[in-house]
Design a binder for this molecule. Structure first.
Ligand code: NAG
Ligand code: NAG
Ligand code: NAG
Ligand code: NAG
Ligand code: NAG
Ligand code: NAG
Ligand code: NAG
Ligand code: NAG
Ligand code: NAG
Length: 496
């Protein structure tokens, strides 16, 4: 089934084939050609290796398309003067001529929100940095539009060029704390509340044909890359670097969008790294491959905002390092999660300060109603294949308020349980909401109201065994029912 997955079918005009599809090898070069991406003519060949430098691609773009230079519109790139108006004028001029490449040459461009438009490629050249403002007056009044770069209702829009976009997130820290920083809140207008009231970095809302590649996104003050109600998105060779101690510095949040392909990305950030959600509509066809992740929260987190269905998600060839959680699903609302595959993934998970959600679980799945009135949806057909993890805690599968977890399959999954930090274990973490933090012994697999669980070729190895809160291969919640549990070639052994 997985062999026949063709990434090319996800993105039209995007002709991709894997160099190798053998799961054991390091990330093979994804061989891609961009064909007629924006204007229906051959214009940009995605560099498949560093042997094709970006400037050459720009030259190709220049040959085929209009190039608009922000310097001609008075942008200084000196990092002190606001270049918002020159950059926006350049984009608007280019868009009014039918679109083209907006070229940002080397320099540092301090700016309030820049609005991208249809048929625009924002080419932030290597050596160029777009530096988001830290003043609230440089952003729209409504918090839903607080971004440094925002495309709304645009078709064929692209962000690339080898340069950097930064949100200057460290300037939003009020107090630096090892366990978790305290951040600025722009809640004075009452438009957003509490401590999640800061600008995001890059957003695409109601867009079609969105391509983000060869670009570094740094220091978001809040979420980094946000895709909302959009269709046909590719994110390739994007590196995201958020402050490890700052909350809500999510990597990529994908909301209610279809046909998204994320490949060869590097995400190192404080909060959830890849986070699909469904507040306003369903989310279908998300594929993430060949990416590296480190986070103080959950590496791949589905939810918790899940008002609509999430369907056909595929995660493959991921390396997840020193994260608080690995592969998570947090269903809290009426949407359903159906047909998710995680394959060929290597992980290490560990404890961090408990003010961050997570307790080192490599695999964490919960369905639980957000409010007493919520009729929570179901999670089904979830496959874990060829997974290796070294973790301070085990797998956690729980359904509360209904029998909503069914059809989970594990095949060739190796879990080494090893304590590597001094944080105390001995809890289950249901946050957000539900039962919160509950004192509980730890096990390799905790089950609560699970139907039709299949494990084939699961190997659990214990290092540092016989700690008081530690040591059971399986544990069942008191008052749980398990309907259908199938184990084949299951093994648990001590390493010391
Ligand atoms: C999901 O992908 C399949 C296969 O490419 C396609 O047929 C289907 O239309 C896609 N779904 C949506 C909602 O775009
Ligand atoms: C974008 O380019 C396409 C193809 O040239 C054209 O059909 C479309 O009208 C353009 N859209 C805008 C908003 O300029
Ligand atoms: C704004 O946020 C601060 C810090 O989180 C909080 O103390 C204050 O009560 C909030 N004010 C409003 C109006 O939400
Ligand atoms: C990935 O993007 C960076 C710029 O962010 C660029 O320097 C590098 O060459 C790109 N790598 C490949 C393989 O294209
Ligand atoms: C995604 O696909 C679903 C199912 O076909 C559709 O209802 C929804 O409107 C699509 N969303 C977008 C943003 O295109
Ligand atoms: C499950 O999702 C994959 C893509 O991730 C798709 O190829 C496959 O057809 C889907 N299966 C079903 C039964 O929809
Ligand atoms: C799990 O360990 C076994 C025995 O060491 C090995 O044969 C298998 O390839 C490993 N599987 C994974 C997914 O690493
Ligand atoms: C899992 O790994 C085995 C080799 O250990 C490989 O033959 C198989 O194709 C892999 N499965 C998937 C779904 O990639
Ligand atoms: C754990 O605590 C011990 C004793 O205080 C100390 O020696 C060790 O370095 C600590 N380990 C870690 C990973 O912090």
């Amino acid at each position: 089934m997985l062999r026949s997955l063709s990434l090319g079918t996800l993105i039209s005009g995007f002709d991709c084939g894997m160099g190798h599809s053998n799961g054991e090898n390091p990330p093979p070069g994804l061989v891609c050609k961009f064909v007629g991406l924006v204007l229906g003519v051959l214009m940009i060949a995605v560099p498949v290796s560093s042997s094709r430098p970006d400037f050459q691609a720009l030259k190709v773009a220049e040959n085929g398309r209009r190039v608009c230079r922000v310097t001609r519109f008075g942008a200084t790139g000196n990092g002190r003067v606001y270049d918002t108006i020159p950059i926006q004028s350049c984009i608007d001029h280019c868009a009014e001529q039918g679109g083209g490449v907006v070229h940002i040459p080397p320099g540092t461009y301090l700016t309030g929100t820049i609005h991208l438009r249809s048929n625009i490629t924002l080419w932030v050249e290597e050596g160029a940095t777009i530096m988001g403002s830290t003043r609230q007056e440089d952003f729209a009044p409504e918090s839903a539009r607080w971004y440094t770069i925002l495309a709304e209702g645009a078709d064929n829009v692209e962000l690339t060029g080898g340069g950097i976009v930064t949100g200057q997130g460290l300037n939003f820290v009020v107090e630096f704390k090892e366990e978790k920083n305290i951040m600025v809140s722009w809640n004075v207008t009452g438009d957003c509340l509490g401590d999640e009231c800061r600008p995001r970095l890059v957003g695409f809302i109601n867009c079609k044909n969105v391509h983000i590649w060869n670009v570094r996104l740094q220091e978001p003050a809040y979420w980094c890359l946000h895709l909302v109600n959009s269709d046909t998105i590719s994110i390739h060779n994007v590196s995201i670097h958020g402050d490890f101690n700052s909350p809500n510095t999510d990597g990529i949040d994908i909301e209610s969008s279809n046909n998204t392909l994320i490949t060869h990305c590097h995400i190192d950030t404080g909060d959830d790294a890849i986070c699909p959600k469904t507040a306003d509509g369903p989310l279908c066809n998300l594929t993430v491959t060949h990416s590296w992740i480190r986070t103080k929260s959950c590496a791949v987190k589905l939810g918790s905002r899940t008002n609509h269905d999430l369907r056909n998600l595929h995660f493959e060839h991921l390396v997840i390092v020193d994260s608080h959680r690995g592969l998570g699903i947090q269903l809290r609302d009426e949407g359903n999660v159906d047909n998710v595959t995680y394959a060929n993934i290597q992980m290490s998970t560990r404890y961090y300060h408990p003010s961050w959600w997570g307790l080192a679980e490599p695999i964490y799945v919960t369905a639980c109603p957000r409010t007493p009135k919520t009729v929570v949806g179901s999670i089904q057909n979830i496959h874990y294949i060829n997974i290796t993890t070294t973790s301070e805690n085990g797998i956690f599968l729980s359904s509360l308020g209904g029998r909503n977890l069914k059809g989970m399959k594990f095949r060739n999954v190796n879990v080494t349980l090893e304590r590597t930090t001094n944080y105390s274990g001995g809890h289950h973490d249901y946050r957000p909401g539900c039962e919160g933090m509950v004192p509980h012994r730890m096990s390799a697999t905790f089950l609560e109201n699970v139907d039709d669980l299949r494990m084939q070729g699961v190997i659990v190895r214990w290092k540092t065994a016989r700690v008081w809160d530690w040591g059971l291969p399986f544990d069942f919640a008191a008052g749980t029912t398990v309907r259908g549990m199938h184990l084949q070639d299951y093994e648990s052994s001590h390493l010391d």
